[in-house]
Design a protein around this ligand. Structure first.
Ligand SMILES: Nc1nc2c(ncn2[C@@H]2O[C@H](COP(=O)(O)OP(=O)(O)OP(=O)(O)O)[C@@H](O)[C@H]2O)c(=O)[nH]1
Ligand SMILES: [Mg+2]
Length: 331
């Protein structure tokens, strides 16, 4: 944080202007900074933050190979037809690749590569999920500031990772496929509740109708009066069939949230969660550092010979972490 000053204000301002003008190369550089922890990323975000909050953030999740990228590609084409700028962040928590495109996505969405109204980026984790979620959220903000109106965040899998990533989306769509046993998995993992839309992709396959019925059944158990009832949308990524309905469903959900006052509420919840996460991660890092100190090892010794209790030691270190000073062992 103290390195802020090293990069001139001018450099950051200029860079921010280039991003606001939609310069995709500078956007890419900014995201790289955020991924690597380069302090210019944080400085840029400070500058750009007032400009953000405009984009519609769509989370697209589902099992590997469900067709998320194919559908995203269809959605891009559809939205470009309406003159809408689209950003895509393909997040793969299991992949160590960052900075470029994961090969498959380059193939799947590559035809938009020369369109400056489209920005596609793959983001992988270098082992730390929290870091990936943060970088993704911040990358979305860069795109938002650059005037991308719809930002699709594609993430793979079923588990903690995409639940975390989904906490940054306004609308979450879950992609399921016939015959994969997905629906049951999803139900068990409690992911049902986080989905605002269900997409049954590969709908040309036998078993699609059955999958729709299964989802309907689960939904009827789960949802209460007056709440948003997630639509089930059949798509065929391969042919593009259902893309209109998919975009229609996303828009409808956005309208619903706005009309019910849930749009701002959801975003406030996300902001609170974001701050909480930053504080928790920072505190944890400090704590682990403190626990490596000779002073903490002395406390360990004292606890072991029963001179001090764990609670008392914990309180002492908590006070220190919270800036309560060196109260010693007397509290
Ligand atoms: N039969 C059929 N195949 C489809 C359909 N949509 C996509 N696929 C194929 O399914 C495969 C996986 O599609 P992707 O779009 O890469 O799936 P993904 O969910 O992005 O996969 P990961 O990013 O690896 O998790 C590709 O070979 C697609 O061509 C569809 O509607 N029907
Ligand atoms: Mg994909």
């Amino acid at each position: 944080m103290t390195r802020f000053r090293e990069h001139g204000e001018d450099e950051i301002r200029q860079w921010a202007d280039q991003i606001k003008n939609g310069d995709n190369r500078m956007i890419a550089r900014a995201i790289s900074c955020l991924e690597s922890g380069d302090s210019r990323g944080e400085a840029l975000l400070e500058k750009l933050y007032p400009r953000t909050g405009q984009a519609f953030l769509v989370g697209l999740t589902g099992a590997p190979g469900a067709g998320k990228s194919t559908l995203t590609d269809r959605l891009i084409t559809h939205l470009r037809g309406e003159g809408c700028k689209v950003g895509v962040l393909a997040v793969d928590p299991t992949s160590p690749f960052t900075g470029g495109a994961i090969l498959g996505d380059r193939v799947r969405m590559g035809r938009h590569a020369l369109d400056s109204g489209v920005f596609i980026r793959s983001m992988g984790s270098r082992g730390n999920l929290g870091g990936l979620a943060r970088a993704t959220r911040e990358a979305a903000r860069i795109l938002d500031a650059a005037g991308f109106e719809v930002i699709v965040i594609e993430t793979v899998g079923v588990g903690q990772s995409e639940v975390e990533i989904m906490h940054l989306a306004d609308t979450v769509a879950l992609v399921l496929t016939p015959g994969s046993g997905d629906a049951v998995q999803v139900f068990k993992a409690g992911i049902m509740e986080t989905a605002d839309l269900f997409i049954v992709n590969k709908a040309e396959r036998a078993g699609a109708a059955r999958l729709v019925r299964d989802i309907e059944e689960m939904l009827s158990l789960a949802k209460g009066e007056g709440e948003w009832i997630p639509p089930i949308i059949r798509t065929e990524g391969k042919t593009g069939r259902g893309t209109d309905e998919l975009w229609g469903g996303l828009q409808k959900h956005r309208r619903f949230l706005r009309e019910k006052g849930q749009w701002e509420e959801r975003r406030r919840t996300h902001l609170q969660r974001e701050v909480q996460t930053i504080i928790e991660e920072t505190m944890r890092a400090h704590l682990l550092q403190e626990m490596n100190s000779p002073s903490f090892r002395k406390d360990l010794d004292r606890m072991q010979i029963r001179q001090e209790s764990p609670r008392r030691v914990a309180r002492k270190w908590l006070n220190r972490l919270l800036g309560g000073g060196e109260e010693g062992g007397g509290t």
